[in-house]
Design a protein around this ligand. Structure first.
Ligand SMILES: [Zn+2]
Length: 324
């Protein structure tokens, strides 16, 4: 007798919105059915749980759900599905997996959002063509996810590939990062941090006049600086020439340490800054050791990658429990 159709949900829980996707399971993989995006009403854990429950029921309709994968920006302890720290939601030690599982009565899998993206790109975006892939997403922060030998590497504390907190500047006046340390690459090029210091750097610039000092856009983000650099603005170019080698070095070091084969780059800062991208790529190529040079590729699934990845991790959890 044929098995009843199985359905899985992938969720991307950001600081301001909840994105949800429904997938149908075939014998080996998942096929997308529908996608939904909603703004969170609040970030209080109980409100978020209510919202997840409501959304899953809306998306699922009459279909039974066999598993839910949740990608969350933050530190996740992999074994027990607890969100240790999610700064955007202001959550500490919240047992998200257990709560969602008991409300909706199915298997759950909670993973870091960029790990979900990396897994989604590995399995669906590039269809397992590359067994190694370091995925770096530059948006509000800078996140990383690492696939090696076809496995997602989560590390001893679930913190492997946290590339945003790799140090890029060692001087005593290095910028302070949200993690509490100084000199992290995210303190410089994470979208949120960048927006907080760029105004002050423009004000203290004593070189040739920059059109950015009169830019009506507020707050300025990396895209504005990139546009100015493309137009030949001296300030913007000098800033990019200072920051691009820092990121290029961090990427080259990560590739040297992991021999990942592919460096998959994405996120709004990366996508919206073509001048920075070119300079970082150049600098990465200068720094990286030739034998382990990873090819830089673009994201294929864009903002859907994490939904695929999270749902597939829940699907895998069910498969492995069937085998056990
Ligand atoms: Zn940091």
């Amino acid at each position: 007798m044929p098995r009843m159709a199985e359905f899985y949900i992938g969720i991307d829980l950001g600081g301001t919105n909840l994105r949800t996707a429904l997938f149908k399971a075939t014998s080996k993989t998942l096929e997308p059915v529908s996608f939904l995006k909603d703004n969170l009403r609040s970030t209080r854990p109980d409100d978020v749980l209510d919202f997840i429950e409501e959304t899953v029921k809306t998306v699922a309709g009459e279909r039974g759900i066999s598993g839910i994968g949740l990608g969350v920006a933050g530190m996740i302890s992999a074994g027990d599905q607890i969100v240790r720290r999610a700064p955007n939601l202001d959550w500490t030690d919240f047992p998200l997996g257990k709560e969602v599982s008991s409300r909706l009565g199915c298997v759950t899998e909670v993973i870091n959002d960029v790990n979900a993206i990396a897994w989604g790109e590995y399995v669906f975006g590039y269809e397992k063509k590359y067994p190694g892939m370091l995925c770096v997403f530059m948006g509000t922060g800078i996140g990383g996810g690492l696939i090696l030998d076809g496995h997602l590497v989560e590390g001893s504390h679930g913190m492997a590939a946290e590339i945003g907190h790799v140090k890029a500047v060692a001087s005593p006046d290095a910028r302070k990062c949200g993690c509490g340390k100084s000199g992290c690459i995210e303190a410089y090029l994470g979208g949120k941090n960048f927006g907080s210091w760029i105004g002050e750097v423009i004000d203290s610039w004593d070189g040739a006049a920059t059109k950015l000092s009169n830019d009506p856009a507020f707050p300025l983000h990396a895209g504005h600086v990139d546009e100015a650099a493309a137009a030949g603005d001296i300030f913007a170019l000098s800033l990019w020439n200072e920051l691009a080698p820092a990121l290029g070095m961090v990427l080259a070091n990560a590739v040297t340490l992991t021999d990942c084969g592919v460096l998959l780059m994405g996120g709004t800062v990366w996508d919206n800054c073509p001048v920075l991208r070119r300079l970082v790529t150049q600098s990465y190529n200068d720094f990286v050791n030739t034998p382990s040079r990873a090819t830089i590729l673009d994201s294929r699934l864009g903002d859907k990658a994490g939904l695929y990845g999270a749902a597939h991790r829940a699907f895998m959890r069910n498969l492995s429990s069937e085998i056990d």
